[in-house]
Design a protein around this ligand. Structure first.
Ligand SMILES: [Ca+2]
Ligand SMILES: [Cu+2]
Length: 371
């Protein structure tokens, strides 16, 4: 696919125009064409806390990262083929939604999150009865090295864990107003967005935004994991999943805005917490879209994902796309802080490393004129 993509999109010439020379890494950009941003200026006024993402045409997805230094052990075939997509312009939250912002929503509406309501047997027919109490999944370091083939070794279902009590009933968010809200299931994120007059991004919108106007970069800031030795995102250092030594300044979750923003002024689109997108997850979404559109030379316009979810690893679970990776990402296990890669999560399941940010459509030209 990589060679075909290069032929279709003329990568060798187009990249010369868009890539900054110091970012060029051999093989990092194969298969990617240029990012062609829409030229129309940002509408005014800007909603507070949001930036204008111009939209346009770009190459979406990720090459196999395993040959890269720090590419990790996972080839992530669900992020291929790299293909051309067009998205309209939109506003996007500069940061992930914080505890303070979510608290305002709860105060105004009395909303209770999924993690605060006991699950039922009907919703989770395969769950052990003792788990049918309100709670959420919490990362728990292991006390000895473990094989990385079973994530239940480091995730536990914790009764009483929710956005106010991220590590369980004895924990709280005092002084953490500026941290991303976590233990957010998909319906919780949707409810917040609706209250705020916003919506969740599609996966294609999210990735366009995170790329920051650059084409084909491995990360949202370029092609080097740590340019000049500088950490660019909150990820995991140390032996996974035993001890996060926090060389990037944070063992565990960090407040928002602690690292350099990307080309569009967005903070933390890599690392810290995963972000919900509105698309259903399937591992073959890109391949199916390309086939439907008639091949890799087609541009897929404003894709919204498949009409139903499917994950062959857990076929009974209804999963949505997650993007951006989290503070638990490490090249020992999962390098989904790489911008074109894809995560997934069951709709009703939050955890202490899943949050979200919202987008907003510009007012339609017709509506603006009639004012
Ligand atoms: Ca960290
Ligand atoms: Cu990860």
């Amino acid at each position: 696919m990589t060679a075909a993509g290069a032929l279709v999109f003329g990568v060798s010439t187009s990249l010369a125009q868009v890539a900054r020379p110091q970012e060029a890494t051999p093989n990092a950009n194969a298969g990617f064409g240029p990012t062609i941003e829409n030229k129309s200026p940002a509408p005014t006024p800007a909603p507070s806390g949001m930036v204008w993402i111009p939209g346009g045409e770009y190459s979406m997805g990720s090459d196999d990262p395993t040959p890269l230094v720090c590419g990790g052990p996972d080839s992530m075939p669900d992020a291929r083929p790299v293909h051309r997509v067009y998205v309209d312009g939109f506003w996007m939250d500069i940061t992930e939604v914080t505890n303070a912002q979510f608290a305002e929503f709860v105060k105004a509406t009395g909303y209770r999150t999924v993690a605060e309501i006991a699950p039922t047997k009907e919703e989770f027919p395969t769950a052990p009865p003792e788990n049918l109490k309100a709670g959420s999944t919490v990362f728990t370091p292991t006390d000895k090295p473990v094989a990385l083939n079973n994530h239940f070794q480091w995730w536990r279902y914790q009764h009483g864990a929710n956005w106010r009590h991220p590590d369980g009933p004895d924990s709280n968010i005092d002084g953490k107003e500026n941290y991303p809200v976590v233990h957010i299931a998909y319906p919780d994120a949707v409810a917040y967005c609706k209250w705020a007059g916003k919506r969740l991004p599609t996966e294609a919108e999210w990735e366009f935004a995170s790329r920051g106007g650059h084409a084909g970069d491995v990360y949202s800031w370029g092609n080097e994991l740590r340019p000049d030795g500088k950490f660019m995102a909150n990820t995991y250092q140390g032996k996974f999943p035993m001890k996060d030594v926090g060389e990037d300044g944070f063992a565990g979750i960090a407040p928002v805005k602690q690292f350099v923003p990307n080309g569009y002024g967005l903070y933390d689109t890599a690392g810290n917490v995963w972000e919900w997108c509105s698309d259903w997850y399937r591992p073959d979404t890109f391949a199916r879209q390309v086939a439907t559109a008639g091949g890799l030379s087609s541009v897929i316009k404003n894709p919204k994902g498949p009409s139903s979810p499917y994950d062959p690893a857990e076929p009974n679970e209804k999963k949505r796309v997650h993007k951006g990776g989290s503070f638990l990402c490490t090249d020992q296990y999962c390098t989904r802080y790489m911008v074109g890669t894809r995560g997934k999560g069951e709709e009703m399941t939050g955890s202490n490393h899943v949050g979200f940010r919202c987008v907003q459509d510009p007012a339609s030209p017709a509506a603006t004129k009639s004012k």
